[in-house]
Write a protein that binds this ligand. Structure first.
Ligand SMILES: Nc1nc2c(ncn2[C@H]2C[C@H](O)[C@@H](COP(=O)(O)O)O2)c(=O)[nH]1
Ligand SMILES: [Mn+2]
Length: 222
């Protein structure tokens, strides 16, 4: 993608036609009209497949929403009582919300991380503004929770960052099991090194030993 094409990306250009047609139906005189508009943009997360799996030929793979849902549930398992797990769940539910319009960009895509951040920051501000039309405080909260994650501003965000990697690795392990030796997704497992908290490290270490056992069994059959 050329530099010119990259910087041409705007939120407005990323809004798909089915959402564009809704924009003329909201009115600041009717704040509640922004609720369904915002949530129909969120719906895009339910149909967008996670690019990393698509790139590795996983048929019928999970969506971005699937990933965030299981992350939300995962935060409820954190047993460190000093962590505000309700806040973790909220961060999990919004951390990839900008991908509704930006799309799911992997570390191997041609979009560099500054451009990815630029697009996602424009989008989260756009989404936050939509919610503020209905409720100022809720719109601000969604933006702040997203920034907590993006900038790892809190220990809760650090846990969610770790769970983002754990959830991906668990999904990777599930795809490797499903494909019974046909798909060895080694590339993703380098993410283990990014996990920082002791508790989530213990989750990852357990998963890694399960994966090692799986491949020992699969490779013994060959
Ligand atoms: N091909 C690879 N894709 C990867 C890797 N690590 C992450 N990813 C994918 C997973 C998602 O599709 C996307 C970003 O995920 P976020 O949850 O961070 O938005 O990138 C990898 O090692 N290889
Ligand atoms: Mn994520």
């Amino acid at each position: 993608m050329s530099a010119a094409e990259e910087t041409q990306w705007t939120v407005e250009s990323a809004i798909p036609p089915q959402i564009q047609s809704l924009l003329s139906e909201v009115s600041e005189s009717k704040p509640v009209s922004y609720v369904s508009l915002f949530l129909q943009i969120v719906s895009l997360l339910k149909s967008q497949r996670r690019t990393g799996w698509v790139d590795h030929g996983i048929p019928v793979c999970e969506s971005i929403a699937d990933h965030m849902y299981r992350m939300g549930v995962s935060t409820m398992l954190i047993k460190d009582r000093s962590i505000d797990t309700a806040k973790c769940a909220k961060i999990a539910l919004v951390h990839d919300i900008a991908e509704s319009l930006v799309g799911d960009i992997t570390p191997y895509d041609k979009v560099d991380k500054n451009e990815k951040h630029r697009r996602e920051l424009l989008t989260i501000n756009y989404l936050s503004e939509l919610v503020r039309k209905y409720d100022e405080e809720n719109g601000k909260e969604i933006l702040e929770l997203w920034l907590d994650y993006e900038e790892i501003r809190t220990l809760e965000a650090r846990y969610v960052k770790d769970i983002d990697k754990y959830e991906m690795l668990l999904q990777c392990f599930e795809y490797e099991k499903q494909h019974a030796g046909e798909k060895k997704l080694d590339q993703f497992w380098s993410a283990m090194a990014s996990v920082k908290t002791d508790e989530i490290k213990s989750w990852v270490e357990d998963l890694w030993s399960q994966r090692q056992a799986l491949w020992a069994k699969l490779e013994s059959k060959n």
